[in-house]
Design a protein around this ligand. Sequence first.
Ligand code: GLA
Length: 408
Amino acid sequence: MKGKELIGNLEQTFSQLYGGKADGIFFAPGRVNLIGEHTDYNGGHVFPCALTIGSYAAARKREDRMIRFASMNIRSEVTEISLDDPALHLDGSGTREDLALGANDWTNYPKGVIWAFAKAGDRLPSGFDVLYYGNIPAGSGLSSSASLEVLTGLMLRELFAFPKVSGVDLAIRGQQAENIYVGMNCGIMDQFASAMGKEANAIFLDTNTLEYTYAPLLLKDAKIVVTNSKVKHQLASSDYNTRRSECEKALSILQAAEKSGKEIPSLGSLTPEEFEARKSAIDDPVLLRRAMHAVCENARTIEAVDALKSGDIHRFGELMNASHDSLQYDYEVSCPEIDVLVEEGRKISGVIGTRITGGGFGGCTVSIVRTDAVEPFCERLGKIYKEKYGLDAEFYVVDAGEGAHRIS
Ligand code: GLA
């Protein structure tokens, strides 16, 4: 479903479920990260752009304290909870363990955002009815969860008039919801891209300071192609959390060994040369490879943005390739299916750069492909992949879209 048809369907289903009309329709996009992977929780840089697909919500304030959630993706069943239900922990109580309201319950995402609003002092005066619909393939690594969180935050801000809540706040609150309510220790990148995206631009974000600039995606005669391996990144959150703690261990070893008095607040604060001079302090070869990735990926991201700005798309592509190799061998967050997509993709003429994107362990690759090579790329790679794994990869030629916004 797309455009007007999608909104019409959402409005109609809202009336069937709840009666009457919604107060507003809202949208928040998914994202694709071009380069800067697993750098956001290491104080480094990222370079994602928002997509034009994402999550939609039709919502209406209620007079009482009831909240009703439904999603068109899940047979439009209504889940109810009162704002006063202790499970929402709006008094700020509860540990991470008892906050999770039930594993695999998608309503944990919006509930987490309500909790994050309350934590920031923005308590809801009443309940609401909401109906969601998302068109990001689930488990594809294109941030369907971040889009749901940012969307919920935007909807709360608009329905209940919290004008001081900025786009960056929406990203931070979405990340808090995911960290605490879902137990995925993600960084800020996905929520930031969803909240702050800009049409035709990628966002160069310093995750240490949250300073950001927009960079126009001037790809000349090339396109961004996202390839969905259809390998869902299930269980990714536990492996993801392990990578994060490995980086934290490596950092604390470097901090403890530092003799010069230099502060090392994060792996992202080190240049590759500074890391090289210190890395002998890390004995464990696995921790060493994890840290190496975090440091070098940050440097690659900074260089890649410069290359793009100066029109050197080929250098940008080389850095994307180097990013994948590091994610495959040093950070070990790829999987055989994705590696085949990358390896075979690189052999196709007109492919400027290709790599895994997002958290990893499945999901999608992102490639920069010369416009005239897009068709052969999709055809040839799709065929090779089908022969090898029996899976139908999906290809999306994507445009950078606008961040979260109210539709009506
Ligand atoms: C997931 C997380 C992000 C980021 C990426 C890897 O998408 O949600 O915060 O860490 O993985 O770059």
